[in-house]
Design a protein around this ligand. Structure first.
Ligand SMILES: Nc1ncnc2c1ncn2[C@@H]1O[C@H](COP(=O)(O)OP(=O)(O)O)[C@@H](O)[C@H]1O
Ligand SMILES: Cc1cn([C@H]2C[C@H](O)[C@@H](COP(=O)(O)OP(=O)(O)O)O2)c(=O)[nH]c1=O
Length: 685
């Protein structure tokens, strides 16, 4: 989204990694994360290999067992370990945990039994439970307060960014062992042994790095204890479950997550069935994470013209369709490619959901909401991994024979297909419940977005002019700024129509009188919404559309968003109904740019000199809801909005607006005029 903060980001101070002690801790963390991911991949692969001879069912269950053993400690012992970790010297806790992890991982190839793989998985995670809180508590000791956010972002980057690296490394290492085994038949190592050795070494390197990190203070400070995961989930649902949009987003994100989890859970068995070895398994794992990273980064940009809510639903449906293809196509190379697409869809949905939830939820609840989401994701993943492997195992192997064609359809295929179905259902529900462009067909909208355009209905005649609207609460400065923008545009040589809602037509003036007269206190919310829509229909047909078709620039003080905010959020009418009525009233005409001037209602209302009208005299909660909705609308379509801080001085606001409008302005001298005047010889002195 464009905001006035752009200048600030340009002057970015040096990176937090300049800080040597933090750099060392961060390096240790990166090495450990790489080790952790190698550990998951290698242990699940090893469990599959050790049980391969006992049949499909045992193998699938065995791989599921490793996932469960890895996730149980966090759920059962998480808070306990956090509390214990706070009592000890953090540096020694981390070093101790690293050495313990090294010893356990190094012992796995030596013992070489499935039982030990499960016990080792559990033990490594128990050690992690001490390592992670000690590390989290250390970061604020090494990094100044104002750099903490940047440090956390870097931590997150290595936590997930090392996954595809580890998967690729695993694929290479197991291929190397495979080649050595093929060359010298006497060589009895498992394909996973080399990966486990590198994994053990990673923990040892981390131990050495942290041991020499003397900057970590010896004493301990009390930490706020985190409640158990299950309690966080139940309590969290109590405060976000009631919000329609947030509820939809949470369910959608979990659907995407569960679909990804289904792939990871059965990947080992599926890849074996397709004739791929450990290298193939590594490739699928790598593909999921590469796709996710790409989706988070590029997804929202690729379809920038599609509304965020629609993009969220579309990404989940696409994830489902891709998963169905993965389930049915028996070709490892194609499966790897499709897995990248699946990851990209899931990543796109996840990042949009995360961002929208952040904007929907108030400041005070945001931290709790995110920890609720993370706990819920963890519980979902555990359930999905456990259920998926058990289910695939129980269904077993099947060969479908049609004529002389045979088609293999195992429990893994079935699980993937069910995951696909779940994603499609969740995606369609998200699209239906949270659609913010009712009346606009989704297919046409999507194709237009792929071409980088925004689809509008009934807008067949090409419109020559630019349409800019101003939105915001009472006294935010819309009237002042729209006037200043109109003056500036005229100075640039544009023909400008400056107008406002309600009341810019003959009929509209009468409607305005009904709507704003403080004497009309009994007006029902629905008739209010319809009267504003009636005023708007008249305004669009008589003033705005003709002006745009003439090629004028239209600057309008308030438009559809005001109805969504005041009648939808303020009067708590169903937002979909308000959107639908307005899409019909305006024939789907949308602004090219909306400037949202954002001020706290207390500030805006204090600026008003004249006696309060019917809407201004609403209570403060009403105005807070209106502001919240404006901001959510802007966040859902960042390319079409400019959000400006309305408490800045007037001239600074004008400058920010002019900078943004300049980006969307057409050339004031059309091309053909230039071509014609180009033939006239230039006058020189
Ligand atoms: N950036 C600003 N800082 C302080 N006061 C402002 C600012 N912009 C406008 N005002 C004042 O606030 C009052 C309301 O402004 P106005 O443009 O009429 O707001 P709106 O149309 O959003 O209700 C006016 O008295 C105006 O002079
Ligand atoms: C256009 C529109 C305005 N309103 C309200 C918001 C304002 O309180 C009032 C418009 O009055 P106005 O005096 O034009 O307010 P402002 O100076 O803040 O622009 O009408 C709606 O509730 N719904 C709408 O669709």
């Amino acid at each position: 989204m464009s905001t006035h903060g752009r200048a600030a980001t340009r002057r970015r101070p040096p990176n937090v990694l300049v800080n040597a002690p933090f750099r060392r801790l961060w390096t240790a963390m990166s090495v450990c994360s790489l080790g952790d991911w190698l550990n998951i991949i290698a242990l699940t692969a090893l469990a599959g290999n050790l049980t391969a001879a006992s049949g499909f069912q045992t193998q699938t269950l065995a791989v599921g067992g490793v996932f469960v053993a890895k996730m149980l400690p966090a759920i059962l012992l998480g808070p306990l370990a956090g509390a214990v970790a706070d009592r000890f010297d953090r540096r020694l806790t981390m070093v101790g945990a690293d050495v313990a992890r090294f010893a356990v991982v190094a012992s796995i190839p030596l013992v070489g039994s499935y039982q030990w793989v499960i016990i080792a998985s559990f033990l490594v995670e128990c050690a992690n439970l001490f390592w992670v809180p000690a590390k989290d508590a250390t970061v604020p000791n090494l990094v100044p307060r104002e750099r903490l956010e940047e440090a956390n972002r870097l931590n997150l980057l290595v936590t997930y960014g090392t996954a595809p690296v580890a998967a690729a490394l695993f694929a290479v290492l197991s291929a190397v062992v495979g080649m050595i085994s093929a060359a010298s038949p006497g060589f009895g190592a498992q394909p996973t042994d080399l990966a486990l050795a590198v994994n053990a070494l990673a923990y040892l390197v981390s131990a050495a790095l942290i041991f020499t990190l003397r900057e970590i203070p010896k004493g301990h400070t009390l930490r706020v204890s985190t409640p158990p995961v299950l309690r966080q989930v139940i309590e969290g649902w109590r405060f976000v479950g009631g919000e329609r949009v947030v509820r939809g987003l949470v369910i959608g994100m979990l659907g995407a997550f569960a679909a990804g989890g289904a792939v990871v859970g059965v990947a080992k068995a599926y890849v074996s069935a397709l004739g791929g070895g450990d290298a193939g398994y590594g490739a699928v794992f790598c593909a999921v994470f590469l796709g996710m990273g790409a989706g988070m980064f590029f997804g929202p940009r690729l379809l920038g013209a599609l509304s965020r809510r629609r993009m969220f639903g579309v990404a989940i449906v696409l994830a489902g369709v891709t998963l169905a293809a993965i389930a049915l196509i028996h070709n490892l190379a194609l499966v790897v490619v499709l897995t990248v697409v699946l990851g990209a869809c899931a990543g796109t949905a996840w990042i949009i959901g995360y961002t929208l939830i952040g904007l929907e939820v108030e400041d005070g609840l945001r931290g709790r909401t995110f920890s609720f989401l993370q706990s819920l994701a963890r519980v979902t993943l555990l359930l999905v991994l456990a259920v998926v492997s058990a289910f695939a195992g129980l269904f077993g192997e099947h060969l479908l024979v049609v004529g002389d064609m045979t088609y293999r359809f195992d429990g893994t295929n079935l699980v993937l297909l069910l995951g696909a179905l779940l994603a499609v259902v969740v995606g369609v529900l998200a699209l239906r419940h949270m659609d913010d462009r009712p009346g606009v067909p989704i297919g046409a909208d999507l194709f237009a977005a792929l071409r980088g355009e925004r689809f509008t209905v009934e807008d067949e005649e090409p419109r020559a002019g630019l349409f800019v609207t101003f939105e915001g609460g009472e006294g935010s400065g819309k009237t002042t700024q729209s006037r200043l923008l109109a003056i500036w545009l005229r100075d640039q040589g544009f023909d400008v129509v400056q107008t406002r809602e309600p009341g810019s037509t003959k009929i509209g003036m009468r409607l305005r009188a009904i709507l704003l007269d403080a004497a009309h206190q009994g007006l029902s919310a629905r008739s209010e919404a319809l009267l504003y829509a009636a005023d708007r229909a008249e305004h669009v047909e008589k003033v705005i559309r003709p002006a745009l078709q003439r090629g004028s620039t239209v600057v309008c003080d308030r438009y559809v968003d005001s109805s969504l905010a005041y009648q939808g959020a303020g009067r708590t009418l169903d937002p979909d109904d308000v959107a639908r009525v307005n899409a019909w009233a305006t024939g789907g005409l949308l602004p090219d740019l909306t400037v949202l001037i954002d001020v706290p209602p207390s500030v805006g209302l204090r600026r008003m000199a004249s006696p309060a009208d019917r809407i201004e005299s609403e209570p403060m909660e009403f105005h807070e809801r209106v502001r919240h909705e404006f901001r959510a609308l802007a966040a859902a379509a960042p390319d079409r909005y400019l959000v400006v801080d309305g408490t800045l001085p007037q001239d600074e606001i004008s400058r920010i607006i002019q900078d943004r409008v300049r980006e969307v302005l057409p050339d004031p001298v059309p091309g053909e005029t230039e071509a014609a005047t180009g033939t006239i010889p230039a006058i020189r002195d």
